[in-house]
Write a protein that binds this ligand. Structure first.
Ligand code: ADP
Ligand code: MG
Length: 254
């Protein structure tokens, strides 16, 4: 009998994960034998140079893309063994995802985008959920934008909508790909505080890709990827320490 993720205190995990894009001569190996567990209630940052496989890892962990080899669990459920319909429901109910490119629905207004996870799940937010969503909208400064369409918003505003949408259902597991990439430093800090509070106060597990040492310094744990492999796995670090580590890693890669 294999030990379950819950017994290990993990909210998600991958084992011996590999991902290749294309075949033969032109194949790109985006991930190469990655094994990683995301601990429950922890804020984990994934850092690494551009092209090191960060987005690919997040997409596969969230069940949005299939690996070439290896196994993936969300909680105790192994994704590779699920039917598409089961996987869709698991993703809707348990996982929030902030995409690097936002992925907002252009034909829906901001309110519609934030409430989309509920619509897809065929339900309306409860009174408690409504008050949480209102608080999110307020802390992300989106009150005046609710009836606008995504194209009417700046990149930073769209990013905040994507964050509100991912947090709206309070999923156990949140994956955020460069969530502060388009934000000014003050808004970025507010988003990081929000993500930190989701872990601390609500026991949610957050995995955030970032190349910003200041953003990563908010995390309880920092995993470094290089060339599709886990190069280091460290407890909370200061921005200065993370920055030194990134510079050293990029120096080796160059
Ligand atoms: P990161 O997010 O760390 O910048 P990615 O996971 O996006 O890295 O990409 C890892 C590698 O896989 C890169 O070499 C990238 O060019 C390649 N890659 C990513 N997506 C695709 C794709 N859809 N088709 C072909 N190659 C891809
Ligand atoms: Mg990326």
């Amino acid at each position: 009998m294999q030990i379950t993720s819950s017994e290990l205190g993990l909210a998600a995990r991958v084992e011996h994960l590999s991902k290749a894009y294309g075949n033969g001569e032109g194949a790109v190996r985006a991930l190469d034998d990655v094994s990683l567990g995301i601990r429950r209630g922890e804020f984990t940052a994934i850092m690494g140079p551009s092209g090191s496989g960060k987005s690919t890892l997040m997409h596969i962990m969230a069940g949005l893309d299939a690996p070439t080899a290896g196994r993936v669990w969300v909680g105790d459920a192994e994704i590779g063994r699920m039917h598409d319909a089961e996987l869709t429901i698991l993703r809707r109910r348990r996982v929030g995802f902030v995409f690097q490119s936002f992925n907002l629905v252009p034909t829906l207004d901001i309110k519609g985008n934030i409430l989309l996870p509920f619509d897809l799940d065929g339900r309306r937010p409860s009174i408690r959920e409504r008050s949480r969503i209102d608080a999110l909208i307020e802390s992300l400064g989106l009150e005046q934008r609710l009836t606008h369409r995504p194209h009417e918003l700046s990149g930073g505003q769209q990013q905040r909508v994507a964050i509100a949408r991912a947090l709206a259902t309070a999923p156990d597991l949140i994956f955020a790909d460069e969530p502060t990439g388009n934000l000014d430093s003050r808004t970025g800090r507010e988003v990081l505080e929000l993500l930190g509070a989701a872990c601390r106060d609500h026991g949610q597990s957050i995995t955030m890709v970032t190349h910003d040492p200041i953003a990563a310094s908010y995390a309880d744990r920092v995993v470094f990827l290089a060339d599709g492999r886990v190069a280091a796995d460290k407890p909370r670090q200061s921005a200065a320490e993370l920055s030194a580590h990134m510079l050293a890693a990029e120096g080796v890669a160059a």
